[in-house]
Design a protein around this ligand. Structure first.
Ligand SMILES: C[S@@+](CC[C@H](N)C(=O)[O-])C[C@H]1O[C@@H](n2cnc3c(N)ncnc32)[C@H](O)[C@@H]1O
Length: 252
């Protein structure tokens, strides 16, 4: 399927903050419970070693995404990371268990120079058109930072079919999403805007996720041989859709 840029509702400035937070809390819970980013732990471990840093700046973090889970798992492997979450629409309630949240809005296309560390993006690189996506990677290179972008969806029929099960999952699972918020129940059972928005945004996410081949095009020439780019897909034993990754760091 050809990549389509389209738009996601939760990205829009007019989207109520409590509805956006409902989506990012739900997503963070699903990612954690489904252990969906666990297959990238060895890749992250190696990239952090090669980049020679334990500091991480996560961009477009929403409600924390998978970092609340990945940080303790990396620590168990002896890699104690210091993670700073950031977002254009920050949700500081996403900070927990030693993972900080930058209090001010941070646009992933204009990362402030004082935010030092390996940059990560989970379930968010697809939001950016090719020019902006390349600019994000180029800025990491210009600043001498490592960067890793990871996506759990792709443009396959299977991924899109799995999104169609979302409304059912939401109706059953919403009371168990953490942290608990009354707004979660309001946007699900009183005004069911959340199941509709999540299904729409989920399908759009699939349609705009970059393939490994497109990621190779985006990184072509970046770092002029002084950067290592690792691009591919990694699968957990049971997940139907692999995680797509694009990792870059200065050549050691
Ligand atoms: C689908 S959510 C992913 C959240 C989190 N990374 C996760 O995996 O659960 C996408 C996030 O991108 C953020 N976002 C969208 N455009 C952005 C931008 N230009 N700069 C920073 N964050 C942005 C949204 O606010 C939202 O929190």
């Amino acid at each position: 399927v050809k990549r389509l840029q389209l738009f996601e509702i939760h990205d829009q400035p007019w989207c109520p903050a409590s509805l956006r937070d409902t989506l990012t809390n739900y997503l963070a819970t699903v990612l954690r419970v489904g252990r969906m980013y666990h297959p990238v732990i060895p890749l992250l471990h190696r990239a952090l070693e090669r980049a020679g840093t334990r500091q991480v700046v996560d961009l477009a973090s929403g409600s924390g995404g998978p970092w609340l889970d990945l940080a303790p798992l990396l620590a168990r492997d002896g890699v104690m990371v210091d993670v700073c979450l950031t977002d254009k629409y920050p949700n500081p309630a996403g900070a927990r268990g030693g993972v900080r949240y930058h209090p001010r809005p941070v646009d992933a296309t204009a990362v402030p120079k004082d935010l030092e560390g390996f940059r990560t993006m989970f379930t968010s690189f697809h939001h950016f058109r090719p020019e902006a996506a390349r600019a994000i990677l180029a800025d990491a290179v210009r600043s001498g930072r490592g960067i890793g972008a990871f996506e759990v969806m792709n443009r396959s029929l299977l991924a899109m079919m799995s999104i169609l099960l979302t409304p059912l999952m939401i109706l059953v699972g919403m009371p168990f999403v953490r942290p608990f918020r009354w707004a979660h129940l309001f946007w699900t059972y009183v005004i069911p805007a959340f199941p509709l928005m999540e299904t729409f945004d989920g399908l759009v996410s699939c349609l705009r996720t970059y393939t490994p081949a497109e990621l190779r095009e985006l990184t072509a020439g970046l770092g002029e041989g002084k950067y290592v780019w690792e691009i591919g897909e990694v699968r957990s034993r049971w997940a139907p859709v692999p995680v797509t990754y694009c990792i870059g760091y200065p050549r050691p």
